[in-house]
Design a protein around this ligand. Structure first.
Ligand code: HEC
Ligand code: HEC
Ligand code: HEC
Ligand code: HEC
Ligand code: HEC
Ligand code: HEC
Length: 490
């Protein structure tokens, strides 16, 4: 079409022979070429990089369409002009002339190639926009906290889309619509910091988590050992081994009871939260398999509840951080001490490590600097402090994201009750039915777990079921809840 005029007078002037169409055509050829090249590079690369991905699957096809648009627009404009200047333009194809046959064959072949490449491109764009790198890395700084915490989670091999989008075209489109807004918000820097949690339009667990985790599974008792170090000079170790009574919710697979009794297999639990983060729950309603309904309410909360939405409890009301858990400085330092990454023989290192972690820093570089300076000034030229500094800096990078204001304070974990209200949002003993019968109280310690050993070293070997928890700080008033004193920091 764009070949130079050979001077054959019988040739009809082509509508495509104009500058707009020609540049469109060049653009198309160039973008197809770059697409194929990028595709080739991307498939060779060991680790694909998000920017190549954006170029290949979003920008190159974009230029292809722009080129096509120019190509057609040029032809239409040209046709109008030719019609005005009364040039004959009635399109008539005469298949007996070799030239027309060639033209038609060329056109058909061109269209087929165009469609194939477009199809391939779209297929890859579809997959690309669902990939972990698109969601987690393309927007770089914004998703960094979620991406880093995800990589340290038990779900590091589950794609973001499995939990955030799930199966089916409807949610794909919905997510792309809100995703387009997010891309705009990122470019325009209009996103909130920290990104608010919970995600209010997250798909129900039945359609995501339960596609992999079978809710009827009977789990029974799960053994957990929690290892702590006290804030004294010796950083005394203290551990609790317990059986968590996870149980199950389906009678065909085991006795119904325990923590997973809430699973919605037989029972339905609904609640009203009066804050955005779903941490204050004054009203709970449960419907058992026989259809008997019971309502629990915190009588101290007297405000009107009618304008709040009722939420049906699912996996994510307890497991709300399956992929993005920001460790509390306390837990992270405890773990590093237990693994020997921080030397326990450094006096007061537990307190000091937490102390430097919770200081406000503007960015990671400043934090690393601040951690090193503070610990060196505390321990002088003590050689053991070098490893401690490395470990504390790593804890900072894995759990604190000052640019996005993301850390454990912004993202409560609902699974326990020590550092956030968690289970005690409902099981605080304050929620009562009208006839004042109580649900589980927070001081029924054995309702949810049984301690089998606690203390340190030899004490941990002496197993005895159903011990009372020996709180390291002697008897406190049982009217207090753990979160009245503990907050994950100091
Ligand atoms: C195992 C399931 C799962 C996977 C995989 C997963 N997420 Fe999440 N994500 C969640 C849940 C659950 C929440 C919190 C929901 C809530 O509390 O309502 C969440 C919350 C978020 C939030 C909101 C802020 C926050 O931390 O609460 C963002 C942003 C996010 N995820 C991005 C990602 C990205 C990016 C990936 C992939 C790199 C990813 N997620 C992978 C389950 C998952
Ligand atoms: C695509 C499949 C998939 C989806 C979707 C999924 N998970 Fe998982 N989940 C897994 C796998 C696989 C493991 C086991 C990881 C291992 O043991 O290494 C796991 C482990 C877990 C564990 C145990 C973690 C631990 O500390 O041992 C919990 C709890 C859990 N998932 C909850 C959830 C919740 C809640 C959701 C929905 C937000 C969810 N999962 C969605 C595959 C999935
Ligand atoms: C009145 C305040 C208060 C209350 C309430 C309280 N604690 Fe503590 N807790 C402390 C203090 C103080 C320490 C000692 C800190 C240290 O020396 O490391 C401590 C230490 C601990 C430790 C050991 C190490 C550590 O630093 O984490 C655990 C575990 C613990 N508490 C669990 C709980 C649990 C679970 C509850 C609720 C059932 C609870 N505490 C309620 C004040 C309290
Ligand atoms: C009432 C709160 C609650 C609800 C609702 C809940 N879980 Fe759990 N689940 C727990 C607790 C507590 C554990 C014990 C392990 C822990 O502390 O991490 C647990 C353990 C698990 C485990 C690990 C079992 C193992 O063998 O280690 C999986 C997987 C799991 N839950 C999946 C789910 C899924 C899927 C749902 C929704 C269908 C769900 N849970 C609903 C509280 C809950
Ligand atoms: C939204 C409110 C709510 C939250 C949050 C909640 N529960 Fe419950 N839970 C209930 C209600 C309501 C009952 C039924 C109480 C009754 O029958 O008196 C219940 C019952 C239980 C039971 C008894 C099951 C049986 O065998 O009868 C256990 C165990 C339990 N919860 C553990 C937990 C744990 C552990 C957590 C935190 C991971 C938790 N719950 C979080 C509302 C809640
Ligand atoms: C409604 C159920 C429930 C009740 C009641 C309950 N716990 Fe727990 N507790 C849990 C769950 C669930 C966890 C596990 C958290 C996790 O997996 O991280 C836990 C964890 C703990 C831990 C380890 C804490 C941590 O996160 O480091 C201690 C200690 C503990 N409980 C003590 C107590 C004591 C003492 C009482 C009574 C005053 C009590 N619990 C009452 C559900 C309960």
């Amino acid at each position: 079409m764009s070949e130079p005029n050979t001077g054959d007078p019988a040739r009809r002037p082509s509508v495509f022979r104009n500058w707009i169409s020609l540049s469109g055509l060049t653009l198309m050829v160039a973008s197809i070429f770059s697409f194929l090249l990028l595709l080739f590079l991307d498939s060779l690369a060991h680790f694909s990089n998000p920017y190549i991905g954006i170029l290949t699957y979003l920008i190159a096809p974009g230029f292809l369409f722009l080129g096509f648009f120019l190509f057609v627009t040029g032809a239409i404009l040209r046709r109008r002009k030719m019609a005005k200047s009364a040039a004959s333009l009635s399109l008539h194809i005469d298949l007996s002339t070799p030239r027309d046959r060639r033209l038609l064959a060329g056109f058909i072949a061109g269209s087929v190639v165009f469609l194939l490449v477009t199809a391939l491109g779209s297929y890859h764009s579809y997959h690309y926009t669902e990939s972990v790198q698109f969601c987690g890395q393309a927007c770089h700084g914004v998703m960094k906290p979620e991406m880093v915490s995800y990589q340290h989670s038990p779900h590091a091999r589950v794609a973001c889309a499995e939990c955030h989008i799930g199966k089916g075209a409807g949610w794909y489109v919905r997510s792309k619509l809100s995703g387009s807004y997010q891309v705009y918000a990122t470019i325009a820097e209009k996103y909130p910091r920290p990104i608010p949690t919970p995600v209010h339009n997250l798909r129900p667990a039945q359609e995501t988590c339960e596609q992999c985790h079978w809710p009827k599974k009977f789990v029974g008792n799960v053994e957990r050992t929690f290892t702590y170090f006290l804030t004294d000079k010796e950083n005394t170790p203290f551990s609790v081994r317990m059986l968590l009574k996870v149980g199950g919710g389906d009678p065909t697979h085991g006795p119904v009871g325990g923590i997973h009794w809430h699973m919605n297999v037989g029972n339905k639990i609904e609640y009203i939260a009066v804050d955005e983060a779903r941490q204050k729950i004054p009203w709970v309603r449960m419907t058992d398999p026989q259809g008997v309904v019971r309502e629990f309410r915190d009588p101290k909360y007297t405000n009107d509840l009618s304008h709040f939405a009722i939420r049906k409890m699912d996996c994510m009301d307890c497991h709300n951080r399956p992929a993005h858990r920001y460790e509390t400085p306390e837990n992270a330092v405890n773990l590093a001490l237990a693994l020997g990454k921080i030397d326990r023989s450094l006096p007061y290192i537990k307190t000091n490590a937490i102390g430097v972690l919770v200081k406000p820093y503007k960015g990671e570089a400043e934090a690393w600097q601040g951690i090193a300076t503070a610990l060196i000034s505390q321990y002088k030229d003590e050689p053991r402090v070098r490893n401690a500094i490395d470990a504390v800096q790593q804890i900072y990078s894995d759990n604190f994201f000052p640019e996005m204001k993301a850390n454990w304070r912004a993202y409560p974990d609902n699974i326990g009750h020590k550092d956030w209200p968690g289970c005690f949002r409902c099981h605080d003993g304050k929620h009562v039915t009208n006839d004042r019968t109580l649900s589980i109280k927070s001081n029924d310690c054995d309702a949810c777990h049984t301690i089998v050993a606690q203390g340190s070293a030899a004490q941990l070997e002496q197993l005895a079921l159903g011990q009372k928890f020996k709180h390291p700080e002697e008897d406190y008033d049982p009217a207090y809840q753990c979160t009245d004193c503990h907050n994950g920091g100091l």
